[in-house]
Ligand binder design. Structure first.
Ligand code: TRP
Length: 518
């Protein structure tokens, strides 16, 4: 954990795994319901080993102990992937299979005693959308811009507050005259800008690049398109272009996605209102269900803090007379915790970030983080062959050029994987049974050139196989029952909606919007 994360951990928003466990144990012995957890993922694609180490396996460990809801955040996925909605259907299915493969035990209907995990589709919970609107009233725009999680992610996704600036900088850098800009502008202003409403301030070089790339794209049949407009010779270039783009939806989309990608890469994509506002909707994700605990990594803690601000503001603005924090001690999250005591009072429930001991898994390329977009990930659904193909070429200690050179495990990325995958004592891993070296032996053999990188990598793959094989079995079993997969989502979402409607009714009553007597 870095120092900023430590500061966050010290804030009242965070409780530790031990505290949470104590809370659950107290609830159990008092015959109270399990503390409620909500967590979620953007459904942008398959989950990888980093997700497993950082969150999935903890969720599996928590289930049964807490009343767990897991949100498939498809709407939030669109706040960064609005140009690619076609990924959602497949991504939702894949992420669901990843959950089930990892060992989550899903609620599938009937009485809910809190022991099973409710898997919920965000877009199918209307109360989340409605609460988002109300919470939006209480959040200053400035606080969204200043939120550290938002800032980091905006950068990561190539968003900028001021796309205009980039365009002018680019023009100046090119020594381009404003005259050149204006000369070409009819094409942009009249034809392209209205066709691409999500892109502000197109630049000529962007369009040129996009069109060039498009001509090389296998996805669009440029020849056919040109043949089609062949008869339109009377048209000037802007009209030709307009005709081309209007008549060929796939062409339009291809240009758009090329330009979005180019802008993203250069950090020049205009921030959509929806992305700026996603922390507000995440507050709705958490509170619609009255979650008390939100297991997250340190990077998400500022979002939980924002959610708590929303709750406090809502409760004091619209709630009934505030209960004094020391009155009903609803929970026993921590003995000193007035915050914890406040949980459960008021219209909305104040959540805590549950910050467990999580190891961050670096990318295969040595990048600090494993990420789908970084191209350095191993997905949970990959085969042994696919994994070996990636691991085989992964960099190790750059100073270890020959087999006989001694290596430095402390700088080697593959060694960091060895540590994560059995340093944590994965129950599935027994080095002796697998016939591979222990972590200590691996380090020692590397330093003395006792084993080479290839053997070391093979050992790692044997360990990964031991972790992934049981997941593969579960995945195959679920994948063979599509009806059950749908039932999981339907049941989890229906259960969430029951709770969401209750929360929304309370919220509306508090806001004097309960117009009908019944
Ligand atoms: N923002 C989270 C992420 O990117 C995903 C998420 C959506 C979430 N809604 C949530 C996490 C609610 C916790 C609680 O990983």
């Amino acid at each position: 954990m870095d120092s900023s994360a430590r500061t966050k951990a010290d804030s009242g928003a965070v409780i530790s795994e031990e505290q949470a466990q104590q809370w659950a144990a107290q609830a159990a012995s008092a015959g109270q319901p399990r503390p409620r957890i909500l967590t979620g993922d953007r459904t942008t694609g398959k989950l990888h080993l980093g997700h497993y180490v950082g969150s999935l396996k903890h969720r599996v460990k928590y289930q049964g102990l807490y009343d767990t809801y897991i949100l498939m955040a498809d709407v939030q996925a669109l706040t960064t992937h609005y140009d690619r909605p076609e990924i959602l259907k497949e991504a939702v299915r894949e992420v669901l299979l990843d959950y089930l493969a990892a060992g989550l035990d899903p609620y599938m209907g009937g009485e809910d005693d809190g022991s099973k995990v409710k898997i919920v589709v965000q877009s199918m919970v209307p109360s989340i959308a409605e609460l988002t609107v109300f919470y939006g009233l209480l959040v200053p725009v400035r606080s969204l811009y200043d939120n550290p999680t938002f800032k980091t992610e905006a950068e990561q996704y190539g968003f900028t507050l001021n796309p205009q600036e980039g365009v002018f900088r680019e023009l100046m850098n090119q020594g381009g005259s404003m005259l050149g800009y204006l000369e070409l502008s009819p094409l942009f202003v009249e034809v392209l800008a209205p066709l691409f409403p999500t892109i502000e301030a197109l630049t000529y070089s962007e369009l040129r690049d996009a069109v060039n790339e498009m001509f090389q794209s296998p996805k669009v049949s440029i020849q056919a398109t040109i043949a089609e407009i062949g008869g339109k010779e009377g048209l000037g270039p802007p009209d030709q272009m307009r005709f081309l783009l209007e008549s060929r939806q796939e062409l339009r989309r291809e240009i758009e996605s090329i330009m979005v990608a180019a802008r993203r890469k250069r950090g020049l994509l205009a921030i959509p209102y929806g992305f700026l506002g996603y922390p507000v909707s995440q507050a709705a994700d958490i509170t619609f269900i009255g979650a008390q605990l939100v297991p997250v990594g340190p990077d998400q803690v500022p979002l939980i803090e924002l959610c708590r601000e929303v709750v406090h503001r809502f409760n004091s603005q619209y709630g009934a007379a505030p209960t004094s924090p020391s009155s009903g001690a609803v929970t026993g999250a921590d003995s000193s915790g007035t915050e914890a005591a406040a949980t459960g009072s008021g219209v909305l429930t104040t959540p805590f970030a549950l910050l467990g001991v999580r190891e961050a898994l670096p990318g295969l390329d040595g990048n600090l983080k494993m990420g789908k977009s970084l191209g350095n990930a191993i997905n949970l659904s990959e085969t042994d062959e696919e994994i070996w193909a990636k691991v085989k070429v992964a960099p190790t200690d750059p100073q270890r050029m020959r087999r006989t050179d001694p290596g430095r495990p402390e700088v080697c990325n593959i060694f960091s994987y060895h540590k994560v995958f059995n340093g944590e004592k994965e129950p599935a891993i027994d080095e002796a049974a697998l016939g591979v070296l222990s972590v200590e032996e691996t380090a020692q053999q590397c330093r003395t050139a006792g084993i080479g990188c290839v053997d070391c990598k093979k050992n790692l793959c044997a360990k990964l196989k031991a972790i992934l094989d049981p997941m593969r079995e579960r995945r195959a079993a679920w994948a063979a029952r599509p009806g059950d997969l749908e039932a999981v989502l339907r049941a989890g979402t229906a259960r969430a909606n029951e709770e969401g409607e209750k929360t929304l009714a309370r919220v509306k009553a508090a806001m004097h919007m309960d117009y009908f007597s019944r």
